[in-house]
Design a protein around this ligand. Sequence first.
Ligand SMILES: Cc1cc2nc3c(=O)[nH]c(=O)nc-3n(C[C@H](O)[C@H](O)[C@H](O)COP(=O)(O)OP(=O)(O)OC[C@H]3O[C@@H](n4cnc5c(N)ncnc54)[C@H](O)[C@@H]3O)c2cc1C
Ligand SMILES: *[C@@H]1O[C@H](CO)[C@@H](O)[C@H](O)[C@H]1NC(C)=O
Length: 404
Amino acid sequence: MKLKEVANAEDIVIVGAGIAGLATALGLHKKGVRSLVLESSPELRASGFAFGTWKNAFRALDALGIGDRIRTEHVQAQALRVFSPSTGEVAQELDLTAPGKGGPHEICCVKRDLLLRALEEELPRGTIQYASKVVSVAEEDGTIKALQLADGSILRTKVKIGCDGINSVVAKLLGLAKPSYSGRSATRGLAHYPEGHGFRPNFLQFNGHGFRSGMMPCNKTDIYWFFTFSPSDKDEGVDESPATMKQFVLSSLRGLKVPAEVLAVVERSQMSDVLVAPLRFRPPLSLVTASISRGCVCVTGDALHPMTPDLAQGGCSALEDGVILARCLGDAVLGIGSHGVEDGLGEYARIRRWRSVELIGTAYLVGLVQQSDNAFVSFLRDRVLSGVLARRLLKLADYDCGTL
Ligand SMILES: Cc1cc2nc3c(=O)[nH]c(=O)nc-3n(C[C@H](O)[C@H](O)[C@H](O)COP(=O)(O)OP(=O)(O)OC[C@H]3O[C@@H](n4cnc5c(N)ncnc54)[C@H](O)[C@@H]3O)c2cc1C
Ligand SMILES: *[C@@H]1O[C@H](CO)[C@@H](O)[C@H](O)[C@H]1NC(C)=O
């Protein structure tokens, strides 16, 4: 493939330097296409400590050339173990290392700061422009002409890519449905053991009785965990301080018959800077007909498909988006094939539409079933559904976004 540099970096502007924005920028750069990333924060923003990273994400990271770096910095999960809340026994165990049926599976708990830094370091200096918040978008005759920044400056650009997260300005412009509140919230923590934690590298899940939670080591010294719940009036005040939030999690997990060593991890944890995150998602069916791209504008990551975290696929699918968009847009810009930029973005939208619908919908359903305290659902979950759901999870994580 013949590479040529696009003359003006400002020809392609990416809004947001999260996982989606940086993956897109790096994908384009690897194809020899320059872009400019506008980020509202003064520096990289990596809140929430870590996130579950599956085989589909590693395929995307390999395409971007940083898969092995991320692998060496983290431990691989050997098994997925789902505990039954009523008995405290293992309801479902999947060996992730076994070949066959899409295996071996690759699952890590990746530190967000390490991933963002790895992506940033591969980009040419100056690609990311910090402290640059996009506040509005100027339209003339139905086409989007320019981005207006918070400091009043106006940026004229041909291609605009919204990677600006769940409250995306660009998604709003494209008319995508407003994210809905799922009625659930999440809290997250990280436990650091300077001498090593000694836990086996397994992904543990504790679901039911109105909660859904999981825990996994990131490396030999750090363990990440999450806990989702439906806040009710009687939980009022739980999010007032890290200490009360931690006590709330501990007392809930005790009710789930969670092993003592797991409780000890929570006890010694540092809590996320976002103490309680309300879980929101874009109504999946709204995306069936939505304008994921229009003209030279499109959206990726949470700006496109915000979902509840029940599949641990929001960030992973943002990496898929980045590789596919970089391929479609990059080829269009480089004149590979006979399509223009608008067609390139249209092709990206076509590839991502049903994947987005499926991920959001499945995540919502999994959350509903796993967190339920309904007696019938719990009965089914502990006997049949936990196996079905675990296999579904692995199937969705086996997606291949292809190369750049
Ligand atoms: C509790 C919880 C647990 C999760 N667990 C997992 C998991 O285990 N696995 C997984 O894959 N995913 C997980 N996710 C989802 C994952 O965090 C998101 O899908 C992912 O961070 C989305 O990345 P993004 O780049 O699209 O958006 P963001 O991470 O939101 O990044 C958007 C960026 O754009 C910037 N920005 C926003 N607006 C503007 C603007 N107007 N101008 C300029 N810049 C702007 C922001 O500052 C930010 O840097 C979880 C989410 C939650 C809430
Ligand atoms: C685990 O990751 C953290 C940073 O994310 C780092 O400080 C620590 O040294 C790492 N531990 C090991 C054993 O690599």
